[in-house]
Ligand binder design. Structure first.
Ligand code: DX5
Ligand code: ZN
Length: 219
């Protein structure tokens, strides 16, 4: 039985209570904390930066799964690494040289994530696939929580799973955007290892985080 990992996105949390919200996620059984960093340039929204992540670090021992929707991203890797990120995920469109940025993330002993937008093909990262710890498949166009899952990305998940199995690689497939109790089963069946969810975890069942995480894990 595959162990499903849940990485709740704090984009849907109460930003005035982020520390306590993160504690509730850990108590609720989260495996990672998905931190959506947005710069208002790569995506039309603006969220948090390194000082906030640094202050949140003391609230949990769970890995910070930091999704950098910022561009250009290369010169910011160090500050997110030092702020306490454990996984640093970048978009290939946000760097002039994906290989160099991957090398830089590894220099800080962080896990490397590369994120594919719905329209971004697998071949943008295929040359580096053996150096990647996590492929983040976007199932919405990045920038906002609460959007509808885009089923056309299921084929991309299946293709990534095929590459992973054929080449006996270890990268995790993480899916992000519009995940709920009705589509999570089919996403896992397609090959996802980690589910990112914001709206479903924070808003369903009157915001009962623990039962929402448990329900996603039971799929
Ligand atoms: C969108 C973010 C996602 C989003 C997920 O740009 O990368 O992580 O917050 O939120 P839901 O689960 O509400 O789609
Ligand atoms: Zn995200």
């Amino acid at each position: 039985m595959k162990k499903i990992q849940i990485s709740p996105s704090i984009l849907s949390a109460d930003f005035s209570q982020l520390g306590n919200e993160i504690k509730k996620l850990e108590e609720g059984g989260a495996d990672l904390i998905h931190v959506d960093v947005m710069d208002g340039h790569f995506v039309p929204n603006l969220t948090i930066g390194p000082p906030v992540i640094e202050n949140l670090r003391k609230y949990t021992k769970l890995p910070f799964d930091v999704h950098l929707m910022i561009s250009p991203v290369h010169n910011y890797i160090e500050s997110y690494a030092r702020a306490g990120a454990d996984i640093i995920t970048i978009h290939p469109e946000a760097t002039e040289n994906l290989k160099e940025t991957i090398i830089l993330i590894k220099k800080f002993s962080k896990k490397v994530g590369v994120s594919l937008n719905p329209k971004t093909e697998i071949n943008t990262l295929i040359d580096e696939i053996e150096n990647i710890d996590l492929v983040l498949v976007m199932s919405v166009n990045p920038g906002f929580g609460g959007q509808k899952f885009m089923p056309e990305v299921l084929d991309k998940i299946k293709e990534l799973k095929k590459i992973k199995d054929e080449r006996q690689l270890k990268f995790n497939i993480e899916v992000d955007g519009g995940i709920n109790f009705n589509n999570s089963k089919i996403i896992l069946k397609a090959g996802a290892d980690i589910l990112v969810s914001g709206t479903t975890i924070f808003k369903e069942n009157n915001g009962d985080i623990k039962s929402n995480i448990e329900k996603l894990k039971s799929m």
